[in-house]
Design a protein around this ligand. Structure first.
Ligand SMILES: NC(=O)c1ccc[n+]([C@@H]2O[C@H](COP(=O)([O-])OP(=O)(O)OC[C@H]3O[C@@H](n4cnc5c(N)ncnc54)[C@H](OP(=O)(O)O)[C@@H]3O)[C@@H](O)[C@H]2O)c1
Length: 288
């Protein structure tokens, strides 16, 4: 029962590979950069790293031959969204594949204010058209999203944004990976969508108060205009598409789309999700 992981060198994919291997599950990491994969994982038993152009349907079909389960963790917009559809479509034609599980996002819908939510909705709609056996995990915003603000926080002890109110139950990406491993390895969780949140809705200013307590000095929220945020993100090297997605995420937060929790993580894993304080403590040096 080998699981192919696509996006294996990303934040969640890396943890999913490790989680599967810890459970003795064989993994085929289909990657564009085998060197990056080897430096993340070394050469553990049970792991095959295979350089694969996943955008090439014939090459991907060859890499998926004999695979039982597929996990996909990459973006929902732009070219990554094209690749996601190719992966789903090719998987639908491989007889050995029993389940494709995709990393999606909370509030996946056609009419969310979030671009990411609409992007994942359209990949789900495409998957339904292929008849592939299919599940998703749909996490809230990652606590790790705060790392995008780390350079600004280090430099000026501020975080610039649009959402000075509106809450999100931030979830740790390591918890997302743990839940994904459970879904991949427990057939009773297949063919379903699993919304995941952290333990407690927080606004950005409230999350920054927790970071201030961790650092022992104040970090403040700086309310800026959309244009100023766009320019700041682009100057920091964020792509235009990613900046657009981050700005739309602020609209969704302000509209209250994320202000709730679900207990799916507890149900799936048998324990509570990590609090944001645990993430901030573990990643303290990145903000200090
Ligand atoms: N950030 C959040 O707060 C949040 C919250 C909920 C859901 N999500 C969802 O999480 C997903 C992103 O997960 P993540 O943060 O784990 O991703 P990530 O760290 O950005 O990793 C993306 C992975 O996709 C691979 N990739 C990207 N473009 C590729 C291409 N053209 N060809 C082959 N491989 C390619 C990357 O490979 P390389 O390592 O070679 O670059 C990497 O392995 C998105 O679908 C997003 O909607 C994010």
């Amino acid at each position: 029962m080998t699981t192919a992981v696509i996006g294996a060198t990303g934040k969640v994919g890396t943890e999913v590979v490790r989680g599967l291997l810890e459970q003795g599950e064989p993994v085929a990491a289909l990657v564009r950069d085998p060197g990056k994969a080897r430096s993340a994982f070394g050469e553990p038993d049970g792991l095959t790293v295979r350089a694969t152009r996943v955008q090439d349907p014939a090459e991907l079909a060859g890499a998926l031959d004999g695979i039982s389960r597929v996990f996909v963790a990459m973006g929902s917009i732009g070219y990554e969204a094209v690749i996601q559809r190719i992966v789903v479509n090719v998987s639908a034609g491989i007889p050995s594949i029993e389940q494709v599980t995709r990393l999606s996002v909370l509030n996946t819908s056609a009419d969310s204010r979030g671009i990411n939510q609409r992007g994942h909705y359209s990949v789900d709609a495409f998957a339904a058209s292929t008849g592939v056996r299919y599940s998703t995990v749909r996490p809230a915003v990652f606590s790790a999203s705060m790392l995008a603000g780390a350079p600004e926080i280090r430099a000026s002890r501020t975080w610039s944004g649009l959402a000075d109110h509106g809450r999100v139950a931030l979830i740790d990406h390591r918890d997302v990976a743990e839940a994904a491993v459970r879904v991949l390895t427990d057939r009773s969780l297949w063919d379903a969508h699993h919304a995941l949140t952290g333990p407690e809705p927080l606004s950005w200013p409230e999350a920054l108060a927790l970071l201030s307590a961790e650092l022992g000095e104040p970090v403040g929220f700086r309310l800026v205009t959309e244009q100023a945020l766009l320019e700041q993100l682009i100057a920091a090297g964020v792509s235009v598409g990613q900046a657009e997605m981050l700005i739309a995420r602020e609209w969704a937060i302000l509209a209250g789309e994320n202000d709730y929790t679900v207990d799916t993580f507890q149900q799936i894993t048998g324990h509570a999700p990590r609090p944001v304080t645990a993430f901030l403590h573990d990643y303290r040096e990145r903000f200090a």
